[in-house]
Structures are given as C-alpha cells and as structure tokens.
Write a protein that binds this ligand. Structure first.
Ligand code: SF4
Ligand code: SF4
Length: 225
C-alpha cells in the first residue's frame, strides 16, 4: 500500500489562497489512506473542523472506495457534484495518485492534503515498512527474498559495506545489516550466495509505467513483452 503522512497545513492554506478559495470540498480514500489513518472518515472530519476554524466553508466531504481508481472516483464525484460545484477548491487526503484521479474528475482546482512517502508492507496493524521500490529488475531471487535496494540504507546490491559492525548496520544502528540477513537466510536454505549481483538495468524503471491488460501487452517501463 502507499503510505502517506499529513501535509503541512500552511502549504494547503497557501494553495487555497492562491486561487482565492473560500469554500472547500474534501475527499479521502477508503483504501491506503484509511489504513494509514491519514485520509479516512475521522481524518476528513478533523480536516473539516480545521478548515472551518480558519474561516473556510466546507461544502461536504466523501471517502471514495479507492481514490486512485479513475472510474470509481469519477462516479464518486458525480454523486457529489452539487457539493463540489459549491466549493471553490477540492483538497484530497490520499496519495498523489488519488489526487490526480480527482483532478481528472472535477473542473475545480484540486490540491494534495497529504504527502506520499513510500510503498509500504503492513507488518502489523499500524506498522508499515518499505520493502520494495518497484525497480523493475528484481533481485530477490538472488537475495533470499530480502531486498538490498530498499532495506540497505545505502541501496547496495553487493555488501556489506565497510561500516557493518558485528552484523549490525552502520546507518540504522539498531538493525541487522541487510547483507548479513541475506547471507544467513541463503545459508539456512543451503543456497550459495552469488559472488557479485550484476548492476541493475535502470532502463527497466523508465517512467511513467503503464500496463494495459485489455490489449494483453505491457507497453512501457521496459517490460519487453
Ligand atoms: S529488487 Fe527492486 S523490485 Fe525487487 S524488491 Fe527490491 S526494489 Fe522491489
Ligand atoms: S551496514 Fe549493511 S545495511 Fe547498513 S549500509 Fe552497510 S551494507 Fe547497507
């Protein structure tokens, strides 16, 4: 899921002032931002109260099922067209992908209400960790299912670096070195570590990524099929 954190409200207020907005419609996301407790119903209610305290009129708010789903977001905004028409601007409490689907669905100025920070694994309720950066050239087959690109703070494919001490990471000193973990898990599975993981093919991470299952082809991001 996409992990988000609250955006500095001074930036949101500055955005609203930039278009002379006096009234605002709020949108959230029923998926990631709800789980991250940044863009669900309680957070939208709190945002509405904050806006009102600053003198803004809040014409309404809605938590779409999945903010990054263009069709669903268009449907949601059509349902709330009166409230959105009555607003001078829309503030979206979702990741940047959701902000863009809302911006595509309404004609009003749309502003982000959150910061998108990483693709997170849910470790347990309320605890998230970045484990993958969607690099397009995965090495997990060589690294026992532990991503060195993401979980080594230096992103080293081959390690450990010279700073590793007694199995611990020199950057995140309370954590075991990612490469120590990789080698231990490989050894536990009776597998031999490759001497050198080859440099990554960064062309595989060309942006923007796109996938069209309707045409049964993956036309970008260097997918090659
Ligand atoms: S190697 Fe790339 S695709 Fe594989 S887990 Fe790491 S960042 Fe993600
Ligand atoms: S100690 Fe290990 S995990 Fe930490 S920066 Fe060096 S190689 Fe990466």
């Amino acid at each position: 899921m996409i992990i988000t954190k609250p955006r500095d409200w001074s930036r949101i207020f500055a955005n609203l002032q930039s278009v002379g907005a006096k009234s605002v419609f709020l949108m959230g996301c029923g998926q990631c931002a709800t789980v991250a407790k940044t863009g669900g119903e309680p957070e939208l209610e709190a945002a509405a109260e904050l806006l009102k305290a600053e003198g803004y009129e809040v014409t309404g708010w809605a938590v779409g099922e999945v903010a990054c789903h263009l069709g669903g977001t268009k449907l949601e905004t059509r349902k709330r067209v009166g409230d959105i028409d009555a607003a001078d601007a829309v503030v979206v409490l979702s990741c940047g992908a959701g902000v863009q689907t809302v911006a595509e669905s309404v004609s009003k100025p749309v502003f982000p209400g959150l910061e998108s920070v990483f693709l997170g694994n849910v470790i347990r309720a309320g605890v998230f960790e970045e484990r993958c950066q969607t690099c397009g050239d995965c090495v997990l087959d060589l690294t026992a299912g532990i991503c060195p690109v993401t979980t080594c703070p230096k992103g080293l494919l081959n390690g450990p670096c010279g700073g590793m001490w007694d199995g611990m990471c020199e950057v995140l000193t309370d954590r075991e070195c990612a490469h120590v973990r990789i080698r231990r898990r490989l050894a536990e599975q009776g597998r031999v570590a490759v001497k050198v993981v080859a440099p990554k093919d960064h062309s595989a991470k060309l942006k923007p990524g796109a996938l069209n299952l309707r045409d049964r082809k993956t036309p970008s991001a260097g997918s090659g099929s």
